[in-house]
Design a protein around this ligand. Structure first.
Ligand code: DLL
Length: 433
């Protein structure tokens, strides 16, 4: 454990620390960020709480607040204090711009060192960082954490997959850091090159930045011969390093000395009890550059009740199933792409590559899941394919409680990603057929 004095802190002391940090944060943002002053004044509140429960009465911050203040309007320090700028990946609309002080980078490195240590990393490890370096927080965030832990850090960034495999083999990489979909592409590429990735020195991976299922975890572990842990974060809150799994692989410990997590009901927006699903909301306790108060992530999950056997006292967030804005509503049923994935991946003959295609016929929305068959399946054998398709359709129907069209596609039909995988393709804007 990298910082056991915090990671195993007794809950009472932890909550006292959170309250002290929260009050200092509220006072600070009220003084320095016009958006917060306006929100707190409108809610008729003083920037102070007497207990952590009172946080539930503080207004939320949403992505639109950051958009309205684009690019630097929500920074809480003068630009002379900012030493790094990143931005969110921004799949829709304008990206959020985030700034870090030297102190922020120092704390971020500690938090990411915790992440690598929780995955079993030590200073003896050789870490290949295949998250993208650049405005995306994944590459540099992981980089400084790996160095902080004392690992030999390879800053290869994403892309050039054959080179990833050569480097992994020649440099003796023991830990891989990238998106889970890219880990699968690296495994596939290695095999194409005649290299069996399970025979290399690789023993662990820290994967995140996109939703993935337990079945994908099993697949990544099998194809690479490693232990795969899940890591979560978002630019507006920090980047990676907000929550990470330990070797128990049973939920992501939230770094609660730096972030207060709340799960709120998606309709009422009221906090729900541990164990109940809802939208994840974060308050940053120590961020200086761009602190956020009750930031609505749009990510859906729940707190795993109970304690973890690893000894960490930080509560665990269950694997993230999807964002509320990725949610599809198919004939009235809410569906996340990750549920489709979970249904698919137990089926023999199907590869872990799929895409949900939305189109429009007349005024009707059509949904089709395209699923790649495994290379060992004979794609020309109609009967085999038809049986497989029926099986896939049945599995998806039972996983989602709604039936969706399924098209089996040839191996490698679905475009691979070197970063975040694109699971939903929306052709509806291209007009009716
Ligand atoms: O993806 C930060 C990150 C980098 C996390 C590397 C982990 C590893 P953004 O680009 O701002 O930041 O995207 C944040 O990605 O709100 C989630 O919807 C999704 N996400 C991140 N990690 C996970 C995960 C980075 N482990 C958004 N599981 C978040 C599911 C994830 N979704």
């Amino acid at each position: 454990m990298f910082q056991p004095e915090y990671e195993m802190m007794d809950r009472e002391r932890l909550e006292a620390l959170q309250l002290e940090r929260l009050n200092s944060l509220l006072a600070r943002v009220y003084e320095t960020v016009p958006t917060y002053r306006r929100k707190f004044d409108a809610a008729d509140m003083v920037p102070h709480v007497s207990s952590l429960d009172e946080l539930a009465g503080v207004p939320f911050t949403v992505k639109d607040d950051l958009r309205a203040a684009y690019p630097y309007g929500m920074f809480a320090v003068p630009m002379s204090e900012i030493v790094r700028v990143h931005s969110s990946s921004g799949t829709t609309g304008q990206v959020s711009v985030v700034g870090y002080t030297a102190g922020d980078l120092d704390r971020w490195s500690d938090l990411m060192a915790r992440t690598f240590a929780a995955a079993g990393g030590t200073r003896d490890d050789v870490v290949q960082i295949a998250y993208g370096y650049g405005l995306f927080t994944g590459g540099l965030g992981a980089h400084y954490g790996s160095e902080r832990l004392g690992c030999a850090t390879i800053p290869i960034s994403g892309g050039n997959t054959k080179r990833q495999v050569h480097v992994m083999k020649d440099f003796g990489t023991t830990i891989l850091a990238c998106t889970p979909s890219y880990a699968l592409l690296i495994a596939e590429t290695a095999r194409d090159m005649g290299i069996d990735p399970t025979q290399l020195s690789l023993r662990a991976g820290v994967f995140g930045a996109e939703p993935w299922s337990e079945n994908t975890r099993a697949e990544v572990e099998r194809q690479l011969g490693i232990t795969a842990t899940d890591i979560y974060g978002l630019s507006e809150v920090l980047g990676p390093g907000v929550a990470s799994e330990c070797e128990c692989q049973c939920g992501l410990h939230v770094n609660e000395d730096h972030f207060i997590i709340e799960i709120v009901d998606t309709e009422t927006l009221q906090p729900v009890a541990d164990g109940k699903f809802g939208e994840v909301v974060f308050t940053t306790l120590t961020k200086e550059g761009i602190p956020v108060v009750r930031y609505r992530t749009r990510d859906i999950s729940r707190i795993v009740p109970g304690e973890c056997s690893c000894g960490r006292t930080f509560r665990r967030l269950e694997r993230l199933t999807g964002r509320s804005d990725d949610m599809l509503i198919i004939r009235g049923v809410n569906v996340f792409p990750s549920q489709i994935e979970q249904g698919l991946l137990g089926i023999k003959g199907v590869a872990p590559h799929y895409q949900v295609v939305l189109s429009r016929r007349g005024s009707m929305d059509q949904v089709e899941v395209q699923v790649e068959v495994s290379p060992e399946v004979n794609f020309d054998e109609v009967k085999t394919l038809e049986r497989l398709r029926a099986r896939v359709r049945a599995e998806i129907t039972s996983a989602l409680a709604v039936s969706i069209g399924v098209r089996l596609v040839e191996p490698r039909f679905i475009q691979r990603s070197e970063g975040k995988a694109k699971r939903v393709v929306d052709l509806r804007a291209e007009g009716s057929e």
